[in-house]
Each structure stands twice: as C-alpha cells, then as structure tokens.
Ligand binder design. Structure first.
Ligand SMILES: [Ca+2]
Ligand SMILES: [Ca+2]
Length: 135
C-alpha cells in the first residue's frame, strides 16, 4: 500500500465520525454513526449510504473546491492512523473514493454489503482507537 493510499484511508476513518467541520467533535458511538448515515432508517449502513455520507464530508472540508484536500485543509490528528511521514500529505477525491470500498469491506465482516449494528460498533471502536494512539 502506498503512502497516499494510507493517508486516504486514515482520512476515510477520520471523516466517518466527523461532521465535516475541522473543529467538530468526533463521533464515537455506533448510534451516532447510524443516525448520520442510515438514510433509509433500516438500522444498517449500506455501502451507498456510507459513500454518500463520506463524499459529502470530503466536499465540506474541501473549502476551495479543487477536489484535493491540501495539508492545511486536513486536521493533522485526522491522519493520526497514517504513518507519520504521510501526515500533511494531500488527498485527492480519487484517492479518497478508491479508499472507501476497502475500508467499508474491512468492517462488513460477514460480507453481506450492509454494516449492521455489531459491524458499526466495530467501526466506531476502530475510530476511537485511531484517535487515541497514545492513550
Ligand atoms: Ca440503511
Ligand atoms: Ca455486514
């Protein structure tokens, strides 16, 4: 995996719990993730629901709208899960989009194309771990 992909995946995880605003409080509970992403309120997050939510967040923090998140647009702590040498890397919309499926698949443990409550809980827990690397 190349460093740009690692940065993009770290960003995907970070964005999953944020409101898209750099100063927003992170979201750590499965309930909050569901509330934000589960548009058809079936208690599960489909890949499409997840992707739509994530792309909206990418666009929300891409303040100059050029399709690339520059170092200054990415809060450094969002890349905490990436190797330190890629902190401050830019992440393009393309890299970001390419990283959505692998991250989703990682948490869709039973590979049914839906994140159910237990899988969302694992997703939330992974985010928490990433945010507190030294805790
Ligand atoms: Ca749903
Ligand atoms: Ca699943």
């Amino acid at each position: 995996m190349n460093p740009r992909t690692q940065a993009a995946i770290a960003l995907v995880l970070a964005l999953a719990g944020s409101s898209g605003i750099a100063t927003a409080q992170p979201v750590d509970t499965a309930e909050q993730l569901l509330e934000r992403m589960d548009r058809n309120v079936d208690g599960k997050i489909s890949f499409e629901e997840y992707r739509n939510a994530m792309v909206r967040r990418f666009d929300a923090i891409d303040v100059d709208g050029d399709g690339t998140l520059e170092a200054q647009e990415i809060p450094p702590e969002w890349l905490a899960g990436a190797p330190s040498r890629v902190a401050g890397a830019t992440v393009s919309r393309l890299d970001f989009g390419d990283s959505l499926q692998p991250v989703y698949d990682r948490f869709d443990a039973n590979k049914d194309g839906q994140m159910d409550a237990a899988e969302i809980a694992a997703f939330a827990a992974a985010r928490k771990t990433q945010e507190e690397p030294g805790a």
